[in-house]
Design a protein around this ligand. Structure first.
Ligand SMILES: Cc1ncc(COP(=O)(O)O)c(C=O)c1O
Length: 406
């Protein structure tokens, strides 16, 4: 599927991304459309961001109405829409306090600072270490690359921010051994996104809660990718009945408008007193209006049921696809509409073939292809997606059969 929608002049953007040779001008529900009208089924949703698809009428109406009123006021003044969004998030979760940010990494920065400050305010400033898990991804700021612990993101950026101790995934012994009198918190994604759709076993999440209670640590869940209905619950930790003290969210809550938030219990947030943290843009009226509009839809009782039903259909179809293409697909992973194909062939090649067959999917670590469609997809969209993924898998398979010299 060729597209002539990418500029021919050399890019002056920082070349930190290997951009695909396609650009989108508009979108309709699960479809992303180029300037020449080529339509792609968007099963990446901007990496789990466009929870309600593209150009959702309620979001468009809300944003345009807000744009005609006021764009920005700063946190120096009252924020009625921010208060409302925060209250709604608290009512729907464990949380009692909310700090709004512009991105996921900033939500994690707030979570990290909050955990450290909690102990410092109680007279233990030496308790600033946070234990994280191999394969984690928490963002690209200096602290969050240290938290994620991936060398490829850390190298070349000076000394790694101190105070992050990493242990292997799902390794109780290593975790117990890593907890010291300097530990402040444990931080984990209930399902690793960038790390390759690795689901943390429920018993391990329960163990984390127990260890936090036993040692006076705070439990931080990074639900930036898993949150806001993505896994078939409002937040993924609800599948396991384990509640964090602090939770970072972003992506889906803005439905495409850049925003995030750090949610916490009153106790966990108790160190964050006047002047201890701030942001110019976080909680901006445009973002707050959109966040409230996203909740209007996602918190409708039938919405998450829909996610679960359509996700089940997608997962079943993907299992059939795996049986049909055993040379290409090794395993289906994930929960709800956060699904992954663990491949035997190169995931980047599959992503390109999928795009060539009119469907957008996203690569992840561990040679996984992520499917993160908008939560509003229908059964017909699932059928269409599977048809296109089937064609992509067949193309990859055909490549395997070609002689190497070709
Ligand atoms: C689990 C997780 N944490 C943090 C981040 C960072 O979010 P952002 O890119 O908005 O800073 C991401 C982004 O992919 C993520 O998936």
């Amino acid at each position: 599927m060729a597209s002539a929608s990418v500029s021919a002049s050399p890019s002056v953007l920082l070349p930190t991304y290997a951009r695909a040779p396609v650009a989108f001008e508009r979108g309709e529900g699960p479809w992303a459309i180029t300037a020449d009208g080529t339509r792609y089924l968007d099963f990446g949703a901007g990496i789990a961001v466009n929870a309600l698809g593209h150009a959702h009428p309620h979001l468009v109406k809300t944003l345009t109405e807000q744009a005609g009123k006021i764009w920005h006021t700063s946190n120096l003044y009252g924020a009625p829409d921010g208060e409302r969004l925060a209250r709604r998030l608290c009512e729907a979760t464990f949380a009692e306090r909310v700090f709004f940010t512009n991105s996921g990494a900033e939500a994690n920065e707030c979570a990290i600072k909050m955990a450290r400050k909690y102990h410092a305010a109680k007279g233990h400033p030496e308790r600033y270490h946070i234990i994280t898990f191999e394969g984690a991804f928490h963002g690209r700021t200096l602290a969050t690359i240290a938290a994620g612990g991936q060398q490829k993101y850390i190298d070349g950026f000076g000394p790694k921010v101190d105070g992050f101790d990493q242990v292997p995934f799902d390794d109780e012994k290593a975790l117990r051994a890593a907890i010291t009198p300097e530990t402040a918190a444990l931080m984990i994604e209930p399902i690793q996104g960038e790390g390759g759709l690795r689901t943390v076993p429920g018993r391990f999440l329960k163990l984390l809660r127990e260890l936090c209670d036993e040692h006076g640590l705070l439990l931080i869940f990074d639900e930036i990718q898993t949150g806001v209905g993505r896994t078939g619950k409002f937040f993924a930790h609800e599948h396991y009945g384990v509640t964090p003290d602090i939770m970072s969210i972003a992506k889906g809550i803005g439905g495409g408008f850049p925003m995030g938030a750090c949610l916490a219990t009153e106790e966990a947030a108790s160190g964050m007193t006047l002047g201890t943290h701030g942001t110019t843009f976080g909680g901006n009226p445009l973002a707050m209006a959109v966040g409230n509009a996203v909740l209007d839809v996602v918190l409708e009782p039938a919405f998450i049921d829909h996610v679960r039903q359509v996700a089940l259909r997608l997962k079943q179809s993907l299992a059939e696809l795996k049986d049909k293409h055993p040379q290409v697909i090794e395993e289906i992973r994930g929960e709800g509409l956060m699904l992954g194909l663990k491949l035997r062939t190169l995931n980047t090649e599959f992503v390109n073939e999928a795009r060539a067959h009119g469907i957008l999917v996203v690569g992840a670590g561990d040679n996984v292809v992520r499917l993160l469609p908008p939560l509003i997809i229908s059964d017909a969209d699932v059928a269409e997606a599977v048809k296109r993924l089937d064609a992509a898998a067949s193309a990859v398979e055909a490549g395997l059969k070609r002689p190497a010299a070709e």
